[in-house]
Design a binder for this molecule. Structure first.
Ligand SMILES: [Zn+2]
Length: 275
């Protein structure tokens, strides 16, 4: 039994020790790291899609130091509160830092839970799968959030954190009445970092909270100051942001010269219910 379906023929997948198989004999190997690759070549934009190894490692290193632990706590508390049913999908799980916290928190409430995590980056999947190795309730697959290998109406809760948003696909995989729980950067998130890089930094724009097909339930804003006292962590943080690719050489040089940073880590956790 698997929460995933065959990406080729969309029939159920059976999870074996070394591979997943459907009744039409499509077979998908489980990698040594513990994740299954359900990406079809047509879903890939590049040879190695998603975050590369350097980015995944930098983020894992940064998050492991607890700078964003307030977000992990808020997300896991929120998911545990809203979860009922059996299946949670983490769409765009990254290296699994939040996924693991969420799973642990829901497990404290109920043992009746299955978790499916997908990410388009195989490096990210490898890190996530390692956290859940040996736990048959958790599955990790390399897949696109735009083509999630899961049946219609199969997820009770869908978690999306800083990942691409695909409304139609999220509506499809969620059960009627299921919850979408999303985390996005708050207005002042990393403002001091932007001040250090740009001559004219801008605050993040606040979103319009209405999403077609969903009822908006509530928003939880969390914020705290983080202190970073070394350049390595500052560079890791910078590489996690969208600014990393948008910033010119001068901006990168400014980041390379920063050895101390005090900045806001501000997030919004937004909860919706599928109509
Ligand atoms: Zn198949």
């Amino acid at each position: 039994m698997s929460g995933f379906i065959c990406p080729v023929c969309r029939s159920e997948l059976e999870r074996g020790e070394h591979s997943y198989k459907c009744r039409n004999n499509h077979s998908f190997d489980i990698s040594a790291k513990g994740y299954v690759n359900l990406l079809l070549s047509k879903d890939m934009n590049a040879k190695l899609p998603g975050d590369n190894k350097m980015m995944v490692n930098a983020r894992a290193e940064f998050l492991s130091k607890g700078y964003y632990s307030h977000l992990a706590e808020e997300m896991s508390r929120t998911v545990a509160e809203y979860f009922s049913g059996e299946l949670i999908l983490d769409a765009g799980c990254g290296e699994g830092y939040y996924t693991e916290e969420i799973y642990r928190s829901v497990r404290e409430k109920t043992e009746d839970i299955r978790l499916c995590a997908v990410d388009i980056s195989k490096f990210a999947c490898a890190k996530t799968a390692r956290r859940f190795k040996g736990d048959i309730c958790c599955e990790t697959a390399a897949a696109s959030v735009f083509h999630i290998p899961m049946a219609d109406g199969s997820a009770d809760v869908l978690v999306t954190m800083f990942a691409p948003f695909c409304r139609e696909e999220y509506l499809r995989v969620l059960k009627k009445g299921g919850c979408l729980i999303m985390a996005i950067p708050g207005e002042n998130h990393l403002f001091s970092l932007k001040e250090a890089i740009y001559d004219k930094p801008y605050k993040n724009e606040t979103a319009d909270y209405e999403i077609e097909g969903f009822d908006f339930l509530e928003i939880r804003k969390i914020s705290r100051k983080i202190f970073i006292d070394n350049n390595e962590d500052i560079k890791s943080l910078f590489s996690m942001t969208p600014y990393y690719y948008k910033t010119g050489i001068e901006g990168h040089e400014r980041v390379n010269a920063l050895n101390r940073l005090e900045t806001e880590a501000e997030f919004e956790v937004i909860i919706y219910r599928k109509k």
